[in-house]
Design a binder for this molecule. Structure first.
Ligand SMILES: [Zn+2]
Length: 462
């Protein structure tokens, strides 16, 4: 392909006839239809996308036509693909039409219409290699963003606001399909974000294109810069949510210092397992968990469905390493950002820590890995931490640190020999061999009558 015949987005002008531009697609909307004004029985179809060919320039393109033309055009490429746009109409921006599109530095917009214009996938590998790094440049100033803590602190003041957000991806739920009251089909997906100030914050997507983009991400291994996300107060949950809409541009793993610091933070939090233990927001109260499973039933259920779920099991703790050194059983974390720290740390080693300027304050907590078994199998390396561990063991970290080896051993055998009632949270995980991570939310020695009742129910199912 001869790219000297192409015009850069910065040089485009309405006086050009037959312009050709190329760029990487940084945003794209779903196909929509509208009744034709002159001929209401005929519907017109449209979708929009945004292409970027340099760090400083990107432009919105809208395509219009009949259903066959528009759907086949839209199916041909996705966000992240490189395309060439041939023979578009170059027109000045129109505030009415552009208010539903991403804000761009260009003064113009491109119109793609049948049969004059074409959008083709770019096949020149050198051009593609040159364009792909642009995918990692935010569509707004990379230093101009709200942290999740800023959003929470502002609360309802940000109801209806359009802001930029930088945060890491914690979980990605399945897209849910639905039909609206007027018969249109829709879908909704929720991503939970986190950063070092907030452990879980919802980002909602309604568009197939943005859902597809986010579904390709690996939770805990991606940082997002969402330019022009809409924030609103959700009265049903009683908290703030952010929404990706047709004006938003989502940049995955943005190329900025703040993003790379957040990426390191997310990686450390993920590897240490600290993300599995978030407070109330992420899992139901222990009392509401009533479904009883055998170990094998828990494993099967985790395979059948990818979402996190909770369940009750009457099982034995088959491995409980209370004889290890205290430093392996009790970990210190920064109270501001939960980053792991040495017991005698003078400062937090997380460069993004909101408390970096203040004297270090750390909190010690149990951090145990235990195996849970019954007659059907074993759940290895279940994590038992913090308050759940203190309640299970019946002692604080300070008390435990002062105990003799004999006292710890006695405590260990109390659990190893008894059947326990365990409330578990099962999270899918690509990192573990078994494909799941298990968090113990509560554990106590079970009442024998209760065990008998549940075991007979389980045996009847066999
Ligand atoms: Zn910290």
């Amino acid at each position: 392909m001869a790219f000297h015949s192409y015009i850069s987005i910065s040089e485009l002008h309405p006086s050009f006839s037959h312009p050709k531009v190329f760029g990487v697609v940084i945003a794209k909307t779903d196909v929509r239809s509208f009744p034709n004004r002159k001929n209401p029985e005929i519907e017109r179809f449209t979708f929009g996308f945004t292409i970027r060919d340099s760090p400083d320039f990107f432009i919105n393109v809208s395509a219009w036509g009949n259903q066959a033309y528009i759907t086949s055009l839209a199916d041909n490429f996705r966000i992240g693909d490189c395309v060439t746009v041939e023979n578009p109409l170059v027109s000045s921006k129109d505030p009415e039409k552009d208010k539903f599109c991403p804000a761009t530095p260009s003064h113009y917009r491109l119109l793609v219409v049948e049969p004059h214009s074409q959008v083709l996938l770019c096949t020149d590998m050198d051009t593609v290699d040159g364009l792909l790094p642009l995918m990692h440049l935010p569509a707004k100033d990379s230093a101009d963003f709200y942290s999740l803590g800023d959003i929470m602190a502002n609360g309802q003041k940000l109801d209806g606001a359009v802001i930029n957000i930088l945060a890491a991806v914690k979980t990605i739920s399945e897209a849910k399909q639905f039909t609206t009251s007027d018969g249109r089909r829709g879908q909704r997906m929720e991503v939970k974000l986190f950063d070092d100030s907030v452990s879980s914050f919802p980002l909602v997507c309604w568009d197939k294109e943005s859902i597809q983009l986010l579904q390709t991400l690996v939770p805990r291994e991606a940082v997002l810069f969402v330019a022009d996300a809409k924030t609103s107060f959700d009265s049903f949950r009683g908290g703030m949510v952010a929404t990706v809409n047709s004006r938003s541009v989502v940049t995955v793993n943005p190329d900025s210092r703040e993003a790379s610091l957040l990426f390191s933070y997310a990686k450390q939090m993920s590897e240490s397992g600290a993300l599995d233990h978030d407070e109330a927001a992420d899992h139901p109260s222990v009392d509401s968990i009533t479904d009883v499973y055998t170990v094998n039933q828990l494993k099967l259920k985790a395979k059948e469905q990818p979402d996190t779920f909770c369940g009750l099991t009457y099982s034995f703790i088959s491995k409980l390493d209370l004889d290890s050194s205290v430093s392996r059983l009790i970990k210190t974390r920064c109270s501001k950002c939960k980053f792991q720290a040495a017991e005698d740390a003078q400062s937090c080693s997380n460069q993004l820590c909101p408390g970096r300027e203040q004297p270090f304050s750390g909190a010690a907590a149990f951090d145990l890995l235990v195996d849970v078994s019954d007659h059907t199998g074993t759940l290895p390396a279940c994590s038992l931490r913090g308050a759940a561990a203190e309640q299970t063991l019946g002692c604080s970290t300070d008390e435990f640190a002062g105990w003799s080896d004999d006292q710890r051993s006695a405590l260990k055998w109390k659990f190893l020999l008894e059947r326990c009632r365990l409330c578990l949270k099962i999270c899918p995980s690509a990192r573990t061999k078994s494909g799941i991570r298990t968090v113990i939310l509560a554990c106590s020695v079970a009442d024998p009558g209760e065990v008998k009742q549940h075991m007979s129910a389980v045996l009847q199912q066999l």
